[in-house]
Design a binder for this molecule. Structure first.
Ligand SMILES: Nc1nc2c(ncn2[C@@H]2O[C@H](COP(=O)(O)OP(=O)(O)OP(=O)(O)O)[C@@H](O)[C@H]2O)c(=O)[nH]1
Ligand SMILES: [Mg+2]
Length: 426
């Protein structure tokens, strides 16, 4: 401790000059106390420095943000559109960014590839529909004629023979086929034509002349109730036609239609008509199976008058035109109707099945003789190649074709118009 002697002497001089009473060991105590104090101080600073290093930014005084904090604060402030104040280049501690809980992001469903739209079937026009339903008759008549025209170069005897065969196979009937052949020959001679190209046009003109009549269309407004009686042989499509007709004449509910089950032969026939009446929203009148058809008609007409019905359609049982007693039964129904409603039945429609071909003409003759039919409905034209029968019927019977059936659906009955029909057929 000898090297500390000058320090002790200097401390004694200072203490004495300050006039502080001090014993011989006083300088030693002061120096050792001060040294211990300094040592403690140094120790405290060292500890503090060490902790600062370890905790990094945490140790920085909160009032003096570290540069990284400022940067982050600026970025955040920019994001939320706040201005960051600056003080002469010295970055001011950024205002604390208020904590906002994360807004739950609604994850929009990944847009799916739209399914390729199903190719909409374009609306079929009426003419297209008629064309497709008459396709078989078209092929037998017009298709064969086209093929003949391509094969032959001049109109000769062979051509006429083949033409005759074509007309017969389309079921025009012998009489009508010869009539058309004669007309064709006349035109060929008149025009001194040698090419087959004109044959198709002439045939179309001649068929039109047969089919077009000047009979006015059915007008259900001309009487109330307007009574229609429907007759024909078994299974030709009478009941189905009545259902379709009720839908047409009902005109979307603007006319009150009544269906009358005067086919009392079978319970199923009554049910079938009832089914149609429900389907098309028509009134329905029936009696027990086996009842007198005339009595059913009588009751129905009384009901129609009291209910203010506009159109009454009477279904009758199918019968062979050759059965005289059954034809008499129909005559009786007609008489009763005429007695109850003057001027009725306003229409007696004979339903003929086109698929029966020439037999339809025979049926038409007998029914017409017995009942003086006012018009024909030719059904099932959609399923036959014998559609030419319509020309035979018009030519031989001089009866107007009122409607044609081209399918089983309610909309598959159409008013017969020769122009549209030929447009579709040719
Ligand atoms: N393809 C086709 N089928 C038809 C047409 N009209 C009627 N039919 C069908 O022909 C069949 C007989 O029809 P109905 O209406 O019962 O015939 P109907 O003359 O009343 O028969 P009966 O009362 O037994 O004399 C049914 O299957 C009908 O769906 C048509 O225009 N085209
Ligand atoms: Mg029937």
């Amino acid at each position: 401790m000898e090297y500390m002697e000058p320090v002790f002497q200097w401390v004694r001089v200072v203490i004495d000059s300050l006039g502080i009473p001090c014993g011989p060991s006083c300088p030693t105590v002061v120096v050792s106390g001060s040294a211990a104090l300094l040592l403690l101080l140094a120790l405290a600073v060292a500890i503090r420095l060490l902790r600062g290093k370890r905790t990094g930014r945490e140790a920085a005084p909160s009032s003096q943000p570290v540069p990284e904090e400022i940067e982050e604060a600026e970025e955040a402030a920019e994001e939320i559109g706040e201005e960051v104040a600056e003080d002469e280049g010295e970055p001011t501690p950024a205002a604390p960014i208020p904590f906002e809980p994360p807004v739950p992001v609604e994850v929009a469903p990944t847009p799916r590839e739209p399914l390729p739209e199903r190719a909409e079937k374009p609306e079929e026009t009426f003419l297209q529909k008629l064309k497709s339903r008459l396709a078989k008759t078209h092929d037998t008549l017009v298709g064969r004629l086209d093929r003949l025209t391509l094969r032959k170069t001049a109109i000769d005897r062979d051509v006429y023979e083949e033409l005759e065969e074509i007309l017969m196979s389309a079921d025009m009937g012998v009489k009508t086929s010869y009539h058309l052949l004669a007309k064709l020959q006349e035109e060929v001679e008149r025009k001194a034509a040698s090419s087959l190209d004109m044959l198709k046009g002439v045939l179309r003109e001649q068929i039109y002349a047969i089919l077009s009549t000047d009979t006015p269309p059915i007008d259900p407004e001309r009487a109330k109730p307007f009574v229609i009686m429907v007759v024909g042989v078994n299974g030709v499509g009478k009941t189905t036609t009545i259902g379709k007709l009720a839908a047409r004449l009902g005109a979307g509910g603007s006319r009150k239609v009544m269906l009358v089950a005067a086919d009392t032969f079978r319970a199923a026939a009554i049910e079938q008509l009832e089914f149609w009446s429900t389907k098309v929203g028509a009134d329905f009148v029936a009696q027990k199976p086996g009842s007198d058809p005339s009595a059913v008609a009588y009751d129905a007409l009384h009901a129609a008058r009291s209910r203010g019905t506009d159109v009454v359609i009477v279904d009758t049982a199918g019968r062979l035109h050759t059965k005289t007693n059954l034809m008499e039964e129909l005559k009786k129904v007609k008489r009763i109707i005429a007695r109850e409603v003057p001027g009725a039945p306003h229409e007696i429609l004979l339903v003929l099945d086109a698929t029966t071909g020439q037999n339809a003409i025979m049926q038409a003759r007998t029914f017409h003789e017995a009942l003086q039919v006012t018009g024909v409905v030719l059904t099932k034209l959609d399923g036959t190649a014998k559609g030419g029968v319509i020309v035979g019927i018009s030519n031989e019977l001089n009866l107007p074709v009122r409607y044609i059936g081209i399918g089983e659906g309610v909309e598959d009955l159409t008013e017969f118009d020769p122009t549209t029909f030929l447009e579709a057929l040719f």
